[in-house]
Design a protein around this ligand. Structure first.
Ligand code: BEZ
Ligand code: FE
Length: 294
């Protein structure tokens, strides 16, 4: 191991190599690869910006605060990653690796911190909006799930949806909404069809009372996300897809605070005719890559 003291020179590559090579032989190979690169980049970053002790400690405090305010309903660490584009980047890397050979598979988008593992299954044609707000506009969302390679419909696939209400809050953030409001899981019929009523989504701010909000303010950025609905589609023998669909008429499509908007995920809500339950109609089909592809 090299000496720490280098007179008045910044600790250089030898120091970084020493830190990396301090990992023992029992280290998992993938962990060694990830940590070696992480240590190298984080050292280079500190050298490049000549990071001071005070600045580093501000970063440590941000991470600590994020942990302290996170719980089952709030994931501030994830939000910190989101506002610097890291979840979107990792999502894209994961998606590209998964669907390399199934070009027509639906594009992915980040999960975000408001997904719940216990979303109830609901009947096709029913609603996920149980506390429709006065300023809410109801939409009927329907579509088909198909195989990205053959185009064949996928029966018994599940399509899970969740969205914020018009006050910008998901049900777990808002005591005025019933549990699982604006969430539902739908099973496709023999032709791969699913359908449900929901709200036409509206833009909302990401939570700004923690370190992620503070960082956005320090970087002179806004907190808004464009109007979107989250979807997860899965079927036996296919790669699941987590995505979001974005209202093409929404503000913030070009400057989403968490960088999740992608080509192919913007949708057009059409006026819905002859349905007293909904003002808007949205047809959205999802295409899944077989597990055997790649
Ligand atoms: C969301 O769309 O639910 C979301 C995504 C990233 C950060 C905050 C919220
Ligand atoms: Fe969202």
């Amino acid at each position: 191991m090299g000496s720490l003291s280098q007179g008045n020179h910044t600790l250089g590559d030898e120091f970084t190599k020493d830190v990396i090579s301090s990992m023992g032989p029992k280290t998992d190979p993938r962990l060694r690869e990830v940590m070696s690169s992480f240590i190298k980049h984080v050292h280079d970053f500190a050298r490049e910006v000549q990071l001071t002790t005070d600045e580093w400690m501000l970063g440590v405090q941000m991470i600590n605060q994020a942990g302290q305010m996170s719980d089952a309903k709030r994931n501030e660490g994830q939000l910190l990653c989101d506002v610097i584009g890291l979840e979107s980047l990792v999502d894209d890397i994961t998606y590209q690796a998964a669907v390399k050979s199934a070009g027509s598979a639906t594009a992915s988008a980040i999960l975000g911190p408001f997904w719940r593992h216990d979303t109830p299954i609901r009947e096709n044609g029913t609603t996920i909006s149980f506390n429709t707000p006065k300023d809410g506009q109801v939409a009927f969302l329907h579509g088909q799930v198909t195989c990205a390679e053959t185009g064949k419909p996928l029966a018994n696939a599940t399509v899970e949806a969740w969205q914020a209400s018009t006050n910008g809050l998901y049900e777990q953030q808002d005591d005025a909404q019933i549990e699982h409001n604006l969430r539902g899981k739908f099973v496709t019929d023999a032709q791969g069809h699913f359908s449900f009523y929901c709200l036409r989504p509206t833009p909302y701010p990401v939570p700004e009372d923690g370190p992620a909000g503070k960082l956005l303010r320090l970087m002179d950025r806004h907190v808004y996300r464009p109007a979107h609905i989250h979807l997860i589609a899965q079927a036996e023998g296919f790669k699941p897809i987590t995505t979001q669909i974005f209202d093409s008429k929404s503000d913030y499509l070009d400057n989403d605070s968490v960088f999740a908007v992608k080509d192919g995920l913007t949708v057009v809500f059409e006026p819905r005719k002859n349905d007293p339950q909904a003002e808007w109609d949205l047809k959205y089909d999802l295409s899944l890559a077989p597990v055997s592809s790649n």
